[in-house]
Structure formats: structure tokens, C-alpha cells
Design a protein around this ligand. Structure first.
Ligand code: B12
Length: 223
């Protein structure tokens, strides 16, 4: 089977919400020597984007969204360890990462955490549906260099701004950089709330994190 066939099959398992098939295609892809990150980006994420489009057009409903997410998570459970295996581990900085309050979308945030970890960051993942105060508490606790806040809903993006305000109120804003991400966010949004950066995907998040801690570009993702 060609790489492209694998990517299409992975995308299809997410579209079909088929957890078992997702896991078994992912295993076959790893056994066949495919690159795990490509499987995620060109297969699973592609499938998830199509699920989102079908949901937006009214062809899919919440159950299909949930099943698609479960299928993606099952395949990620196979692919993510392969990412961590192959890459270097030198501590570049400490990151507090989470999905903001009111938002349960955690697949993209978790993927960002995996790639940051694989690249050498020490990541404290505080989970999803987390209020600004929890981000601030985790920064204090871990003495973090970076905060990563994920928001997938237009209604929850404002919590990213709240995190920055609460960091300022706690006197921590000067010692920690803030990265924001998630589908509805953009660089203009990051600028408008005074964040230090925005990235559209997990590879971009790694490049941004390195930039913010003054580390050289990652040899792994440098094209
Ligand atoms: C899967 C999914 C769900 C799953 C989530 C499961 C889970 N555990 O995560 C479930 C079924 C729970 C769900 C629920 C809902 N969802 Co939903 N969901 C999606 C879907 C289809 C895919 C999201 C995803 O996982 N993508 C794959 C990952 C890999 O990509 P990603 O999340 O974008 O992350 C990447 C980047 O954004 C970036 N990134 C992400 N975080 C961060 C953080 C930092 C710091 C950085 C630098 C980068 C970064 O890097 C990531 C990796 O490359 C999207 C559509 C879409 N295409 O986004 C809709 C979508 C986000 N959902 C939507 C909606 C409306 C809902 C519901 C309100 C539906 C409902 N009626 O109940 C609820 C809300 C629940 C809540 N309170 O949060 C809308 C949002 C519309 C809007 N503009 O606000 C979307 C866009 C669908 C649509 N087209 O209408 N959803």
C-alpha cells in the first residue's frame, strides 16, 4: 500500500468514526515504516477537518463528531509513542498547556503537548475546560517559561485574553511568554490580546516555542 493510501485510509476511519479500524490501520502504518507525524497530519487531521465540514454543513451531527474524535484518539495512542521514541530530549523550557474554560476540545492541544515534549520541552498539561486561574496557578507551581492556551470555539477564545490579564495581575506577565492556538484563533487575535505568538498547528507551535525561549530552530522540523 502506498503512503497516500495509508493517509486516505486513516482519514476514512475518522470520517466513519471507526475506533477499531483506526487503531489497526495506525498499527499497520507504523509496522510499514510510515512517518507517524505525516500519518497524523495528512491522515487523521485531514479526516477530522472533513468531519468538521460535514458537521458545519448539517450532514453530520454530534454523535459523528464524538465518534470521529474517538477514532482519532485511538490512532493517536498508537502513533504518539512513535513520535516520542524517535526524537531528542534536552530540556529547552517549561510549558504550561491547557484548553480554556468552557471548551472540551483537547485533541489538538494534546498533540501540541506531544510534539513539544518530543522536541525537548517539559510540558505540564493541565487538561481541558480550565479557567484562567488554573493556568496562572500552574505557572506559579512549575515556574514555567511558556503558557500555551488552546481554544476551539469562538465563544471561548476570550479566556485566552483573561489568562494574559490574570498573569499581569499576579505580576507574572514579564516572566512568562504566552502562545495561543486553536482553529478560530489567528495572529491578529494574538496581537490584539497581547499574546507573544500564535501557531496554526503543532509543528508551528514547536517553532514558536523555540523562538520564544531563544532556542535555535528544531533540526527535526526544519524544512
Ligand atoms: C472533534 C470535535 C469535537 C469533539 C472534541 C473531542 C475532543 N476530546 O477534543 C466534541 C464532539 C466533544 C466536540 C464538541 C463540540 N463542538 Co466540536 N469540533 C470537533 C472538530 C470536528 C475537530 C477538532 C479537532 O480535534 N481537530 C483536530 C486537531 C488536531 O486540530 P486542532 O484542534 O485544530 O489543533 C491544531 C491547531 O489548531 C493547533 N493548536 C491547537 N491548540 C493549540 C494551542 C497552542 C498554544 C498552539 C500554538 C497551537 C494549537 O495545533 C493543533 C495540532 O496541529 C472541529 C472542526 C475542526 N476542523 O476544527 C469541531 C468544532 C471545533 N466544534 C464545533 C462545535 C460547534 C462544537 C459543539 C458546540 C457542538 C455542540 N452542538 O455541542 C461542542 C462544544 C463542546 C465544548 N463545550 O467544547 C465548531 C466550533 C464553531 C465555532 N466557531 O465556535 C467546529 C469548528 C465544527 C464546525 N465546523 O462547526 N467537537
Amino acid at each position: 500500500m502506498s503512503d497516500a493510501d495509508y493517509f486516505e485510509r486513516l482519514a476514512r476511519t475518522v470520517l466513519d468514526g471507526d475506533e477499531e479500524e483506526a487503531e489497526s490501520v495506525a498499527k499497520a502504518a507504523v509496522a510499514d515504516g510510515l512517518d507517524a507525524l505525516e500519518c497524523i497530519n495528512r491522515g487523521l487531521t485531514e479526516g477530522m477537518n472533513r468531519v468538521g465540514e460535514l458537521f458545519a454543513s448539517g450532514d453530520y451531527f454530534l454523535p459523528e463528531l464524538i465518534m470521529g474524535a474517538d477514532a482519532m484518539k485511538a490512532a493517536l495512542a498508537v502513533l504518539e509513542p512513535a513520535l516520542l521514541d524517535t526524537q531528542q530530549r534536552e530540556v529547552l523550557g517549561r510549558v504550561v498547556l491547557g484548553t480554556v474554560e468552557g471548551d472540551v476540545h483537547d485533541i489538538g492541544k494534546t498533540l501540541v503537548g506531544t510534539l513539544l515534549t518530543a522536541d525537548g520541552f517539559e510540558v505540564t498539561d493541565i487538561g481541558f475546560d480550565q479557567p484562567a486561574s488554573e493556568f496562572v496557578a500552574a505557572v506559579k507551581e512549575t515556574n514555567a517559561d511558556l503558557v500555551g492556551a488552546s481554544a476551539l470555539l469562538t465563544t471561548t477564545m476570550r479566556v485566552q485574553a483573561q489568562i494574559i490579564e490574570e498573569l499581569k495581575a499576579a505580576g507574572l506577565r514579564d516572566s512568562v511568554k504566552v502562545m495561543v492556538g486553536g482553529a478560530p484563533t489567528a495572529q491578529a487575535w494574538a496581537d490584539s490580546i497581547g499574546a507573544d505568538g500564535h501557531a496554526v498547528d503543532a509543528i508551528g507551535a514547536v517553532a514558536l516555542a523555540r523562538l520564544l525561549v531563544d532556542a535555535p530552530p528544531s533540526p527535526e522540523y526544519d524544512d
